[in-house]
Design a protein around this ligand. Sequence first.
Ligand code: ATP
Ligand code: MG
Length: 423
Amino acid sequence: MKNKLEVLLPGMKQSKLFTKTTKDAPKDEVSVNAQLLIRAGFIDKEMAGVYTLLPLGLRTLKKIENIIREEMNAIGGQEILMPSLHPKENWLKTGRWDTMDDLYKVKDASGREMALGPTHEEVVVPLMQRFINSYKDLPFAAYQFQTKFRMELRAKSGILRGREFVMKDLYSFHLTEKDLDEYYEKSKEVYFKIFTRVGLKDVTHLTFASGGSFSKYSHEFQTVTPAGEDTIYVCSKCGLAINKEIKDEVHECPECQNKDFIEEKSIEVGNIFKLMNKYSAPFDLSVKDESGEKKNVLMGCYGIGLGRLMGTVVEVHHDEKGMIWPEAVAPFKVHLLSLNQNDKSQEIYDALAEAGIEVLFDDREANPGVKFADADLIGLPYQLIVSEKNLKENKVEVKNRKTGEVEYISLSSSEVVKYFQNK
Ligand code: ATP
Ligand code: MG
C-alpha cells in the first residue's frame, strides 16, 4: 500500500520541468554517477561533496527512502528525526570530540561549541535514557532519515561520498546479547531485501569487516563495481565476502570454509554493527534485570547512505547513452515522447496519470534526436513513442530502455494504460 504521506505526483510535463539536460558535466567531476546525474538534471553540484537534489533526483531518492522505510518498519523500527546540532558535552563523554577526524565543529556567537552530527549515538543514547526505565521497556529500535555531516577529505566520487548526505540510521536496544544477536540476524535479511528491491541483487555481498575493539566482526554490504573505493574478496563458492582490511586474519570463508576468493572493487552501501555497551556505558544507559542486577543496555547500529545507494545504482546500471533505472527506483516508469505536437499524446498522458502510472511527458518543441538522446540519458524503464508514422498506423511504440526491445500497442489510451498496468 502507498504511504499517504509520501505521495508523488504520477505525471509531469518536461516542458514545465525547470531542469535541462546538458551535454557535458563539470570538468572536475570524474565519477560516472556524478557525470550522468548532473547531465540528466537529477543533481546539481554546489561544491565538492555537496549536492542539491533536483526534482528527478529527489523522486528517485524518495523511492529509495520508502523502500528502506518499509523494511525498517518490518523489523519494528519506529521512525524519529534527531537534530543535526549536537552538544559538545555529549561528544566529550564518548571521547569522540577529540578522536573523530571528520567531525565538523561549529561555534555560536556566545562561544558555545557544537558538533554537526556525522552519526547519532551521542544523541540517541541520552534520548533513550529519558525513556528506558526498566528491562520491560526493552527491546526496541528507532531509526531516522537524516542529513549527516562529515569532513571527507577525498570527496571525488560524486554522491557516493558526500560531505553532507542523507543516511538511514537505526539503533536497537536490548537487555541480552542473545536478543541483540537475533535482531542483528533479522537486520541482515531486510538489508538484503532492500538491496534486492533497489536493483542490486547478485552484485551485493555480505562482507566481514573488522569490528573494532568491542566485537570481533561487523558486517558491510558491498556492491561490486569498478567505481568502488573498497576491495573485497568474494568466496567463489557461497558469495560471502571479506574486506581487504581484515583479510590477513582470515584464511578461509567463515561461512563455508572455502579457500578460493575473487578480488573485486566495491562500494560499501550499508553496514551493521554490534555496539554492545560501547555507547551505553559512557552515558550509563542501564536497567535492572529481572534479578535486580544492573546491566548496561546493549545496542546495535545499522546504517545505509541513501545518496550513496542511488549513486551505486547508477554505477551498476548505465551504458554509454545514459542511466538505466530499475523500475522500483526510477523517478517515473514511462517516458512519453511526443515527436510532433498532437492531441493523442496529451490524451495518453492524462490517461496514464489518471491511472496512477508514473509518466514523464516530453511535450517540448524539440527535434526527435534530442528527445531520444534525453530519454536514454534520463533512463526511465519504458519509452513510449508517438510519432507521425505511428499515428498514421494507429499504434504506439514501447521501447524497453534496458533491453532495447520494441513492442507496438494499439493507439488507444485505455490499451496503453492496460499495457502498463500489466507490466
Ligand atoms: P566509509 O568507509 O565509506 O567512509 P563509513 O564506515 O564511514 O563508510 P558509516 O559511518 O558506517 O560509514 O556510515 C553508514 C553508511 O553511510 C555507509 O555504509 C554508507 O552507505 C553511508 N556513508 C558513509 N559515509 C558516507 C558519505 N561520505 N557519503 C555518502 N554516504 C556515506
Ligand atoms: Mg567514513
